[in-house]
Design a protein around this ligand. Structure first.
Ligand SMILES: [Zn+2]
Length: 363
């Protein structure tokens, strides 16, 4: 049942507020807490993103791991095992952890919560239309995910929410740049904080200004800046078929030639002729992902509004909301993770006046 979860935040397509989802009775299942709700939300995310490969980075309140919440003791044991194996991120209060990670990655949070008492710390939430994906029960037991607008809250609502939130913790904000540094555990054989060996982006736990490895209860050490990387997904006829990273200082060629990322497995006899051996190349220029077309037929950029533009033998930015169409039916898109500069631009133009994107699916 953990097929939808990942401990690697770089691999994640969304963050999930596990306590909110697993305790939400309207999502089906039985009893106060049921992991079936997590599975249903995972499937809804796959349907929303048109991919069977979607993964969620799960954050849970400590209070979710209590035996008496579960009708089926195996679910309680599974959660305890996920905590021990670091499949999920457990914190005294999950809200600030989720918001800090959303702040630094731009990933949406799957939750029914609106974080009313955290607006002062995370002002970009007010009016945001892409920060929260809300699970909703549909007819016939299906679950769908919809983007919702996070409306600004009035002062009296904030004070009431703060009063009613007994879990509110002070001093849980992480240091700036949590995900821009490599953190290591001082224990030499620690499996979780040796990024050079595991290759995954593991987020240290934090609480009251302390960043630590919760396996060894040791403060993590800063091993230096983390090289930037962007994740690119390959979409064939609407379904994700592969992913590859573009790291800082690297130029990734894409086309039919070996030595770069090879698209041949997803080309038919007809489309094969339209893809050049070195069709395009991707690289990170500062905080932006840029592509350079070097093909015979060009590459079509489709922006968030669906406007198409042909790029031929020149360079152009590859924004996180746009798609690069190599040939009809074969596209490259960015993963959900964004960079701080992109987020700043995004948040500056966000307005509550615009309707939310209607991205509703059922299964
Ligand atoms: Zn450790």
């Amino acid at each position: 049942m953990s097929d939808f979860l990942t401990a690697d935040i770089d691999r994640a397509d969304a963050l999930i507020d596990l306590s909110n989802v697993v305790l939400e009775r309207s999502l089906g299942g039985s009893g106060a807490a049921d992991l079936l709700r997590l599975e249903r939300v995972g499937r809804a995310l796959s349907a929303l993103y048109g991919s069977s490969e979607t993964r969620m980075y799960g954050v849970a309140d400590e209070s979710l791991i209590r035996r008496n919440l579960y009708a089926d003791v195996r679910q309680f044991r599974a959660l305890r095992r996920w905590r021990a194996e670091r499949v999920i991120h457990v914190a005294p209060d999950a809200d600030p952890v989720l918001l800090e990670l959303a702040d630094q990655t731009g990933l949406p949070i799957i939750t029914g919560d609106r974080f009313r008492n955290h607006r002062d710390d995370f002002p970009w939430l007010d009016g945001s239309d892409d920060a929260v994906l809300e699970p909703r029960a549909g007819a016939g037991g299906g679950v769908s995910l919809s983007h919702v607008v996070v409306h600004p809250v009035l002062d009296w609502e904030v004070s009431r929410a703060e009063e009613s939130d007994l879990l509110k913790q002070k001093g849980v904000r992480a240091r700036q740049g949590l995900l821009t540094r490599i953190w290591g555990c001082p224990e030499p054989r620690c499996p979780w904080h040796d990024p050079l060996r595991t290759g995954l982006m593991f987020v240290p736990r934090w609480y009251r200004d302390r960043l630590y490895c919760d396996l060894h209860d040791l403060d993590v050490v800063d091993l230096g800046p983390r090289p930037r990387a962007a994740q690119v997904k390959v979409i064939s006829n609407g379904a994700e078929v592969a992913r590859f990273p573009v790291r800082a200082g690297e130029r990734v060629k894409v086309g039919r030639s070996p030595g770069g990322f090879v698209l041949t497995p997803w080309l038919s006899a007809a489309t094969r002729l339209k893809v050049s051996r070195e069709h395009l190349a991707l690289e990170l220029a500062g905080d932006r992902l840029v592509f350079t077309d070097s093909s015979r037929n060009g590459t079509t950029v489709v922006n968030a509004e669906g406007i198409r533009r042909k790029v031929h033998r020149t360079s152009a930015p590859f924004g996180y909301k746009s798609r690069l169409e190599v040939v009809p039916g074969l596209e490259l898109i960015r993963s959900g993770r964004r960079y701080p500069s992109e987020l700043q631009i995004d948040r500056a133009v966000a307005t509550a006046a615009e309707p939310p994107p209607e991205a509703t699916v059922s299964y």
